[in-house]
Unconditional design. Structure first.
Length: 444
């Protein structure tokens, strides 16, 4: 990959990672060259047969207007067993977050951090006060509901938001604790529970509080379909609340805010419920396997997660921005470095749960970049064939000077962190083989 082009994209992006398509274009490689541990969607759904079905209908999907949102919402509600009057569908959960902020957040909003960036950025962009409770690293970033309630009272916040599971750490609050939070904050203007990743949780048989939200006057539950269905590009999500709140948001949404791909997928769901359920079960198994494997790498801390991602603290002395760039430039592995999340830093990565063969590639790449060696080799590599030209007589060459024979390769990051500093307090930097990465290390 063209490392300097690609790493420059991350430095130019302050709020979010560059898109998969942008990275592929910058790298100059074919689609699929990147192994993506950044975008948190379901790798097992839709099934190959569903993609084939979508492909056969592609001309019609792209040619014709979709039905109105009320038609698509009614079908989704029939599949999920919801009353359409309690649901509003949006062009991705971000559209719904935007309208919730414009319509229902008037003064201030309290949210634990780190969390999904739109819950802090969106209200700040519209001039609201955002009160942020820092989740303690010493407690594994777990949210203590009692501390959050006390924080809301102390700050006088009028809206409270929690993500369950939380993004990026995957922290989870049991259903009864969330309901107790509703009771403790029942006088607020609004309480929002973002359940975008809850489908990937296996902590409880029925962890959602959507049914409870319908019965309360100040609660909204947000759900994401793109992440669950593995279709970020379709952009669709929904909220559940009492009919008054849901109707207020529905009335503000643009006409035809849902596209024909979203409609097609929603109308396919009835026939594929079993495959969807199996995909979530496999993702949970993958999370357990990936947690165990990453825990074998020295110096890494992996926090308990109920999402389809893992929050990882890197070894002391490792800068996540440099690690991210080297993994991408040298190995084609894309990870989410978290320094641009409020309450996080470049010591942390969020790694999406993926199938075992992809995790083995990630492990191999991290071992080489961090430690300069592979401590685990997934499969024995075949013996390489001798190059054809090696069998032909070669012209005699003069021996190279000794200095040229010892050109350094990319330096392991942990070895770099252990280099001594000079009298000026500056650590000498050895070339990584990628000029853009060298500059990053020099500035670290």
């Amino acid at each position: 990959m063209a490392g300097s082009n690609v790493t420059a994209l991350f430095r130019a992006s302050t709020a979010h990672s560059p898109s998969y398509f942008t990275l592929n274009r910058a790298g100059g490689g074919p689609a699929g060259e990147i192994t993506d541990f950044c975008i948190p969607c379901n790798p097992y759904f839709p099934t190959p047969a569903m993609f084939d079905q979508l492909g056969r209908g592609l001309r019609e999907i792209l040619t014709y207007y979709p039905s109105g949102a009320e038609t698509i919402t009614a079908e989704l509600c029939q599949v999920l067993g919801l009353n359409p009057q309690t649901v509003a569908m949006g062009n991705g959960s971000t559209e719904l977050i935007t309208w919730i902020d414009h319509l229902l957040v008037h003064e201030s909003l309290a949210v634990p951090v780190p969390t999904f960036g739109r819950w802090t950025d969106q209200p700040m962009e519209t001039g609201k006060r955002v009160d942020m409770l820092l989740l303690p690293e010493a407690h594994g970033f777990r949210l203590d509901p009692t501390s959050f309630v006390q924080f809301v009272r102390t700050r006088g916040s009028r809206v409270a938001v929690i993500c369950n599971p939380n993004n990026p750490d995957g922290g989870f609050l049991p259903k009864q604790q969330v309901i107790a939070l509703f009771d403790a904050l029942q006088d607020l203007d609004l309480i929002i529970v973002d359940e975008s990743f809850l489908e990937f949780s296996d902590a409880e048989p029925d962890p959602s509080v959507a049914a409870e939200a319908v019965l309360r006057t100040n609660v909204i539950v947000l759900r994401s379909l793109g992440k669950n269905f593995g279709l970020h590009g379709v952009r669709f999500g929904y909220l559940v609340s009492n009919p008054s709140l849901a109707g207020k948001v529905r009335a503000a949404l643009p006409k035809w805010n849902l596209n024909s791909f979203a409609e097609t997928v929603v109308f396919m769901l009835k026939e594929h419920r079993q495959e969807y359920a199996e995909s979530l079960q496999q993702a949970c198994r993958d999370r357990q396997e990936m947690t165990w494997r990453l825990a074998q790498l020295p110096g890494l801390t992996i926090y308990p997660s109920q999402g389809n991602f893992l929050y990882v603290r890197l070894p002391e002395g490792v800068d996540g921005t440099v690690l991210r760039d080297r993994l991408l430039a040298e190995h084609g592995v894309l990870v989410r470095e978290c320094s641009n999340k409020i309450g996080s830093s470049s010591r942390f990565l969020r790694l999406v749960v993926r199938p075992q063969q992809d995790v083995l590639r990630l492990m191999s790449a991290m071992e080489e970049v961090l430690y300069g060696q592979r401590t685990q080799v997934p499969e024995p590599l075949p013996e390489p064939l001798a190059p054809m030209l090696a069998q032909a007589p070669q012209p005699r060459q003069q021996p190279l000077p000794q200095a040229q024979l010892q050109q350094p390769g990319p330096m392991p990051m942990l070895a770099l962190a252990q280099q001594p500093v000079d009298a000026r307090g500056i650590r000498p930097v050895r070339s990584t083989g990628t000029p853009a990465v060298d500059r990053l290390i020099a500035q670290a």
